[in-house]
Design a binder for this molecule. Structure first.
Ligand SMILES: *Cc1c(COP(=O)(O)O)cnc(C)c1O
Length: 394
């Protein structure tokens, strides 16, 4: 008999009833050190007082009014994001997938209104992840996500990560519309696009008049030590997808765009019942107040250096288990030699939460508020887990 919850997830047999900072407390009282943060969502850890305060204050005032009316918290959040980024305008969604939907619609509408309706093709890369909607799976294109769900949304050109020749050709096509890329691939296995390549994508887009869309749903909101990951490369996109960390655990996403890219999105061209609701935006404002502070980002960078150094040490200690460290800031991946899911499981046995990714990687995406002591503790627990795995290999 089918379970009462549609069985689309492989869930670990744990349930958490409370969260405190970097810790999740299970039903049986076990305290797990959370190096996954709900897949880069709990950017400020669990039950951060500023977020609890923002949400409960808003909950006691008004929950929902709809986008028929002005929403002051939404305007405040849009102003904050515009102030802090390349963008001139923002649309709020409830998830990363919905941000992908709008990014695709916006790019195509842009060329339609510019008198180039043939420009519909969006160039994407192998190993990418943009959500599970029809546009999201068509954009990523992997067999695993698309098989059986056809006919797929047309107009996506899938290139191998790093195939420059194919990229140059695709960008020169008269039907090309946009390039869509995660500056650091998350689900694909914590694969950063080198700064030089991000700059190259910007140049290529400019050369051919294409829009550059960054999916910063996982790598954004302070995760890499800049407010948004592309800032490291010193360039900016035309359109950017944001979600996960921006709500700190409350469902919230956004599309940020330049005026030029967004111009065709006039009244009636897009909408969302819940997108930009007072609750989500109240939390988003509280997250932004903390994360956009340069002193906070400096701490993220310092702690990222510490975690990375400790992980390099682990790789050196357990060369049969781990192959190397990659990533940026507090978005780090351990490329494994042993089976990644076995290591994640061995971590669970040490009350440590990590997240598997493609390419046999385990992800470390801790709360950005993690302490030095918690970083040391996470490394100790991973060391025990890796020692167990090593013993099982011998
Ligand atoms: C998680 C993720 C998405 C999808 O976000 P949802 O909120 O799950 O819809 C899209 N792109 C990237 C890079 C992601 O990591």
């Amino acid at each position: 008999m089918i379970p009462s919850i549609l069985p689309t997830y492989n869930r670990a047999p744990m349930a958490f009833t409370k969260g405190e900072g970097s810790w999740l407390i299970a039903e049986d009282g076990r305290r797990f050190l959370d190096m996954g943060a709900g897949i880069a969502v709990n950017a400020l850890g669990h039950a951060h007082p500023a977020l609890v305060e923002a949400l409960t204050t808003q909950a006691n005032a008004v929950w929902h009014t709809s986008n028929l009316y002005q929403i002051p918290a939404q305007k405040e959040l849009a102003d904050r994001l515009v102030e802090a980024t390349f963008a001139d305008t923002a649309f709020f969604t409830n998830s990363g997938t919905e941000a992908c939907e709008l990014a695709v619609k916006m790019a195509r509408k842009h060329f339609h209104e510019a008198g180039q309706p043939e420009r519909v093709d969006i160039i994407t890369f192998s190993g990418s992840f943009h959500g599970r909607s029809s546009a999201g799976i068509a954009a990523a294109g992997s067999e695993k996500m698309t098989k059986g769900f056809g006919p797929l949304l047309p107009g996506f050109v899938h290139l191998d990560f790093g195939d420059h020749e194919a990229l140059t050709e695709a960008a020169a096509s008269p039907t090309a519309c946009a390039i869509l890329v995660e500056p650091v691939q998350g689900e694909g296995g914590i694969r950063p696009v080198p700064d030089q390549c991000l700059k190259g994508l910007r140049d290529l887009a400019d050369e051919h008049g294409l829009l550059l869309i960054f999916d910063e749903v996982q790598c954004g909101v302070g995760r890499t030590g800049k407010l948004f990951a592309h800032e490291w490369a010193g360039i900016a996109p035309d359109i950017m997808m944001v979600a996960k960390g921006i709500g700190g655990g409350f469902p919230l996403g956004a599309v940020l765009a330049t005026e030029g890219a967004a111009r065709a999105m006039t009244a009636g061209t897009h909408g969302s019942t819940y997108g930009g609701n007072p609750l989500g935006c109240a939390v988003g404002n509280a997250v932004m107040k903390i994360v956009a502070d340069p002193a906070f980002l400096a701490e993220v960078n310092r702690k990222a250096g510490l975690l990375r150094q400790k992980l390099e040490g682990l790789v050196a200690e357990h060369p049969d288990v781990f192959d190397g460290v990659r990533g940026a800031g507090l978005m780090l991946g351990l490329k494994c030699r042993a089976v990644n899911t076995d290591i994640v499981q061995a971590g669970y046995d040490q009350d440590l939460l990590t997240v598997p990714a493609a390419d046999n990687v385990i992800r470390l995406l801790p709360p950005l508020t993690i302490t030095d002591e918690e970083i040391a503790e996470a490394t100790r627990r991973l060391d025990v887990a890796a020692t167990r795995i090593q013993a099982s290999l011998d």
